[in-house]
Design a protein around this ligand. Structure first.
Ligand code: FAD
Ligand code: SF4
Length: 566
């Protein structure tokens, strides 16, 4: 690998250390590049920092969530829906909730590890139903990278041969728990496909990492590294090459450019001192998460790029999508008074339902999958939503009566969450707020959001399906069917935390930011390796595709560097 011009110049500067940034650093350092990584948060490694196996009663808060830890006190994420000193705004009358991590590894420390491949149809939806756009790449282009990600990181699942839910190179899946068996039997009766989940958790030792011991606490970060997080599986190996310089607490402000229009480096704020600094590199890879990367590009204005960097198309920030979502919880009397039994398992569901219907017979395009939750996990603050309100109970109580009530009812609810595909639309985008800046004076994002009838109709179908499943199990839903006015219970934009798009790829520089290798059309030494390049938002959770695309992009960068083409 040819090295940089001077000793102060790195071959590559990567911004962000989550799924995309971690993978880019792993591949590029293995290939011999000298890489510097800027990460806005602190160092965090699950082997040292995880709260795995801590009892809830060891904390006076009993695990309750806070503004800093919205997913509970023990959750492995610095960040949240609100970050002090780092606001964002929404256009009047619209709502978009933006979840951000600020730590080494980003959201990969606490994510759900649902690791699904996109299918062949997902890359060419416009050709199939005329909506949205096709990707400039096909499943065949990315499949070898999915294979590599499977082999490196590890994912369990079962070979099912479903056409648009491709099988991977799977480790054996864990057995269904008791309530999951009940769901599976019910799905079989209703004709809903129900198969083992696909999660990046090791059920067998892999590449020096031990198998999971089924504590069920993946969101706390795994102290044995048996699940996937970017620091444990990508960044630590990259550091071991001696070619990665990691700068934490470094908030990137702007990509700098030279007179030739090429990127020259990244300016950033050292958050520990508040000082402005700069790193020089021949190649820049942005992986700060889709919206943060768009923000960086829009803030990188110059006389050569007055609309922001790589934005001659005006598409930076556009085609923002999130997964559609809604939930229903059901009380299932059949599960009351159960024989105490061990339901330990991985920190996530052991089954799921991939999309099983034909849209031609429905009033919405594109599908959704169903995630299932319930069982006998370790209770913490607020569990069961308050026993005095439970439909199977007698209104709460004290002492023995209350304990008996908990024993009788605990584990007798099952929840269903739909996760569906939205069609990108022109009303969903982010731009720079003309007035508001963050604590370092950097302009912040303003979001615009509007669901269309496609999404509302799809979510209505989710609600009806979940209620049919609960009824078939002999249960009752814990909430009434939401009305059209209530959006059929659709979660607000951003709430499913799968924001994608904003720097989409395409063959036409007039309608896309990046080419088919995630290289900026306008700036050949600038690449994006997070969820920004996505052209559409299939129902499958996005991170396995972010990882595969980032590997493909890093391979392409390596080839160009070896050819001295950039
Ligand atoms: C609770 C939860 C559950 C989830 N479950 C799943 C799931 O089951 N399956 C799935 O596929 N996806 C899931 N996701 C989504 C998944 O976490 C994201 O898709 C994935 O982490 C995105 O990777 P990324 O590299 O783009 O961004 P991130 O992981 O967010 O990493 C971005 C990094 O960039 C840093 N950064 C941001 N701005 C700057 C800046 N200006 N300068 C320097 N550094 C910066 C951040 O600090 C962060 O470390 C879940 C997310 C959450 C929050
Ligand atoms: S369930 Fe398994 S992978 Fe998850 S934290 Fe526990 S041991 Fe680690």
């Amino acid at each position: 690998m040819p090295s940089g011009k001077s000793s102060n110049e790195y071959d590559v500067c990567i911004v962000g250390s989550g799924a995309g940034g971690g993978m880019a650093a792993y591949v590029l350092t293995q290939a011999g590049a000298r890489v510097v990584m800027l990460e806005a948060g602190r160092e965090w490694y699950s082997t040292r920092n995880s709260t795995m196996l801590r009892w809830v009663y060891q904390s006076p808060r009993r695990g309750a969530s806070t503004r800093e830890r919205p997913f509970g006190e023990f959750d492995a994420c610095d960040g949240g829906w609100e970050i002090p000193g780092e606001p964002y705004t929404t256009a009047p009358g619209t709502r978009f909730d933006w979840f951000r991590a600020r730590m080494l590894g980003g959201r990969t420390n606490h994510w759900g590890r649902i690791s699904l491949r996109f299918g062949p149809d997902d890359f060419r939806r416009k050709s199939i139903d005329g909506l949205g756009d096709d990707w400039p790449i096909s499943y065949e282009d990315i499949a070898p990278y999915y294979d590599r990600v499977d082999r490196l990181i590890g994912v369990f699942g079962s070979r099912e041969g479903l056409r648009n839910d491709p099988d991977g190179i799977f480790l054996p899946p864990p057995k269904p728990r008791c309530y999951e068996l009940l769901v599976k039997q019910t799905c079989d009766r209703l004709g809903i496909t129900c198969i083992p989940a696909r999660l990046s958790i090791l059920t067998r030792p892999l590449n020096g990492r031990p198998a999971c011991h089924y504590c069920g606490q993946c969101n706390r970060g795994c102290a044995t590294n048996s699940n996937f997080s970017s620091p444990a599986v990508l960044i630590e190996p990259a550091l071991r090459t001696g070619r990665l310089t990691l700068i934490t607490n470094a908030m990137a402000r702007e990509v700098t450019v030279g007179r030739d229009g090429l990127a020259t480096g990244v300016s950033y704020i050292d958050k520990t001192t508040g000082e402005d600094r700069h790193v020089s590199a021949r190649i820049i890879v942005l992986a700060a998460s889709a919206c943060e990367t768009a923000r960086l590009l829009l803030n990188s204005k110059s006389s050569l790029f007055p609309q922001g960097l790589a934005n001659s198309s005006g598409v930076v920030g556009k085609y923002l999508t999130d997964t559609t979502g809604t939930d229903v919880v059901g009380f299932i009397p059949k599960l009351m008074d159960h024989v105490p039994h061990n339901e330990d398992g991985v920190g996530g569901g052991h089954i799921y339902m991939p999309w099983w219907l034909d849209n031609k017979k429905l009033d919405f395009p594109r599908g959704y999958h169903i995630e299932v939750w319930g069982g006998l996990g370790m209770p913490s603050y607020g569990f069961m939503g308050g026993i005095h309100r439970h439909p199977g109970g007698s209104g709460g109580g004290y002492g023995k009566q209350l304990k008996d009530e908990y024993r009788r009812l605990y584990g007798a609810t099952i929840g269903f969450s739909g996760r569906g595909e939205m069609i990108p639309n022109e009303n969903c985008y982010c731009e720079l707020d003309p007035e508001v800046v963050d604590q370092w004076g950097i302009p912040v994002l303003r979001f615009h959001w509007k669901w269309s009838d496609y999404e509302y109709n799809q979510v209505k179908h989710m609600q009806e399906t979940f209620r049919a499943l609960i009824a078939e199990m002999g249960g009752v839903p814990l909430s009434p069917m939401p009305t059209r006015e209530q959006g059929y219970g659709i979660a607000p934009g951003g709430r499913i935390i799968h924001e994608l798009g904003t720097t989409r790829m395409g063959n036409d520089p007039r309608t896309s930011v990046l080419n088919r290798f995630c290289q900026a059309h306008d700036v050949p030494n600038l690449f994006v390796a997070d969820g920004g390049p996505f052209v559409s938002q299939p129902d499958k959770n996005p991170t396995w595709t972010i990882l595969a695309l980032a590997w493909r992009t890093a391979d392409y960068i390596t080839t160009l560097m070896k050819q001295r083409a950039i």
